[in-house]
Ligand binder design. Structure first.
Ligand code: NAD
Ligand code: MG
Length: 405
């Protein structure tokens, strides 16, 4: 009886208002799957997508969003038509994306793919809005400019990438000085057991078959080249404020342990779960609390064995390349990210072979060093200039036959 009375007087908690940048993608859809199950707790303000306006309109109706925005200015009429009679505001074009990111909400889920996510995520961070950060490229590209902009505005960055969510869940900030290593686990991707000859001949169809995770195309290719793990080390460096030599990678093919934090007293803490992005997304959405997610519970007795391997840096040189760019500092990781985006697109179009991805990124970084193009990132324009340079040189190298099939 007492419990019943107490329950009936429980104060009503206002729903969390949320904007999703990249709502039509893999992380965006998983976010809306969670939100759609709990519309009393979450209220959707803006949904932002690119050219898939039919999916965007369907999502906006399903969660009763206030506004739907496509980055593709040419898609305005189609989006407007798809949402006619709903009262949902419609806008299009890059400026509209920035405006959507600036609308006052409790949390912005940053799940656009690539450096395209940087400007809107920075716009949200400048307002001091809490960011659920899936878009690792924005941190790799924006580096300390991104983190210092967010810190100045008081914007909290909640990691959504599964490895970083794992670290965030087990890292005790009061014991930061007692951390000896942050160890990111890597599945090893679809080519973990491939010989160099097999890697040389591998095509996009094979690279797109990730053994454990269902994700967008770009990150799936990054997972096959292990560039994803290198980008994630850079991401961890900026998120957790550790030294480069405290960052490590452990190949763990089952993707059950999502990452580990090692302390100087000999304790290693890890977060485990099934490989389903809805767990780290739910953690960011509910933080500092937790919510239920429709994810299969981990049954270790059914999994039986967890295995581990060292990374083979010879077959997968991308991780070392990322660490070298991180050590170089400033715009090196911006250039690396831009070159990688071009390299992935060129590989998907079958214009360069699989090992050509890392070779191209390495070639662009060498050229940037030679051209004396690497500089500190003090303004957003520095980031954009380094990004444009990396894309231009990568395209030039491909056109000149560098690493062609
Ligand atoms: P995706 O390709 O499935 O979706 C990308 C989204 O970005 C789509 O909604 C697309 O419309 C939008 N988009 C693309 N270009 C845009 C532009 N110029 N302006 C506005 N919107 C644009 O990608 P994803 O797999 O969901 O990954 C999104 C981000 O999350 C990436 O940075 C990725 O590295 C990161 N991430 C993804 C996963 C995963 O499981 N998919 C896991 C960890 C991290
Ligand atoms: Mg990850």
């Amino acid at each position: 009886m007492v419990a019943l009375i107490a329950e009936s007087f429980e104060p009503l908690v206002a729903p969390k208002r949320l904007t999703v940048l990249g709502s039509t993608g893999s992380v965006g859809c998983s976010t809306l799957d969670l939100i759609g199950r709990d519309l009393d707790r979450y209220e959707v303000d803006a949904l932002v997508g690119n050219s898939n306006v039919l999916r965007l309109a369907e999502q906006a109706r399903a969660v009763n969003a206030r506004c739907a925005v496509t980055a593709d200015a040419k898609a305005y009429t189609a989006l407007k038509a798809a949402l006619s009679g709903t009262g949902i505001e419609v806008a299009a074009g890059p400026d509209a994306v920035i405006e959507a990111a600036q609308r006052p909400v409790d949390i912005v889920m940053a799940s656009i793919v690539g450096a395209a996510g940087l400007a809107p995520t920075i716009a949200a961070a400048r307002n001091g809005t809490t960011i659920g950060l899936a878009n690792k490229e924005c941190l790799v590209s924006g580096g300390t400019f991104f983190t210092s902009t967010a810190a100045r505005a008081g914007a909290k960055i909640l990691p959504v990438d599964s490895e970083h969510s794992a670290v965030f869940q087990v890292l005790n900030p009061d014991h930061r000085d007692q951390i000896s290593r942050i160890i990111l686990t890597a599945s090893g991707g679809p080519f973990r057991t491939f010989s160099q000859a097999q890697l040389d001949a591998a095509g996009p169809e094979q690279a797109l078959k990730h053994p454990n995770w269902s994700m967008g195309q770009k990150i799936t290719i990054d997972s096959a080249s292990l560039m994803n793990k290198g980008l994630e080390l850079i991401e961890a460096f900026h998120l957790f404020d550790v030294d480069i030599d405290q960052l490590d990678v452990l190949v763990h093919p089952q993707s059950i342990i999502h990452s580990l934090v090692e302390y100087r007293d000999g304790s290693t803490l890890a977060q485990l779960g099934m490989p389903d992005m809805r767990t780290p997304i739910a953690y960011a959405l509910a933080w500092p609390g937790r919510i239920e997610a429709p994810v299969a519970q981990l049954r270790l007795e059914q999994i039986g064995q967890l295995t581990f391997e060292a990374l083979d840096e010879k077959r997968f040189p991308a991780v070392a390349l990322c660490l070298a760019a991180l050590a170089r500092g400033g715009s090196a990781t911006t250039v690396l990210n831009a070159a990688n985006e071009i390299a992935v697109a060129e590989f998907l179009s079958k214009r360069i072979p699989f090992p050509g991805i890392t070779a191209l990124v390495s070639g662009v970084l060498d050229r940037a060093e030679g051209d004396d193009m690497l500089c500190p990132l003090t303004a957003l324009d520095d980031v954009f200039a380094a990004d444009a340079y990396g894309r231009r040189i990568a395209a030039e190298l491909v056109a000149s036959g560098f690493c062609s099939r």
